[in-house]
Write a protein that binds this ligand. Sequence first.
Ligand code: SAH
Length: 215
Amino acid sequence: MQDTFRHQGLRKRLVKELEDLNIKDKKVLEAIEKIPRHFFIDSTFEDNAYENKPFPIGRGQTISNPFTVAYQTALLELKKGDKVLEIGTGSGYQSAVLAELHADVYTIERHQPLSEKAKKVLDKFGYTNVHTFFGDGFKGLPEHAPFDKILITAAAPEIPKKLLQQLKVNGFIVIPLGEGERQQMLRIKRLDNNEYEKETFDYFTFVPMLKGIED
Ligand code: SAH
């Protein structure tokens, strides 16, 4: 696969579209302009890769639409070197966006083939700051905790307690919460050991966050 001038032009147009949708974070927009999204999806969708749409990535899962990726990433307010846990590697695209923003990325996926495929494409880009894991995101990664930020990229039926415990004090989790057709984006900050503060944002539609693994 190649990244041509045509792809680059389509990315510029996508960034303009995201700006029109009120994405203001320049660093997030720069990352989206830089990363060839078409490398993260099946070549069948290559011509559509820079539309603001989700696409199937296998196992009944989807790559999130670019607006959702930009929105969640902006909410993370990343600082260089932030240790970030992502639940739901999927295609690996969101992990690449976090990596471009100089986060230290730990990403978990419950479908083994998706995890392996994402690892391959992320390795191809040479992201040494992305670590991929096959496992159940409800459990988090206690051996690598605590994290500055946790990003859930699937619809969570509840706020996973184990993940809250893996947050640093002053760290926060960005989570689309709900089991219905739409989920509300929440940002939950850990103020102290047992004290949390919740902020609410817009509604989105994600594939469900499910328990257990599938190989
Ligand atoms: N961030 C991804 C979005 C993929 S969709 C991207 O940029 O492409 C959400 C992903 O979350 C799916 O691949 C799904 O399999 C995964 N997922 C759902 N529940 C999970 C869990 N408990 N642990 C890990 N991954 C999970």
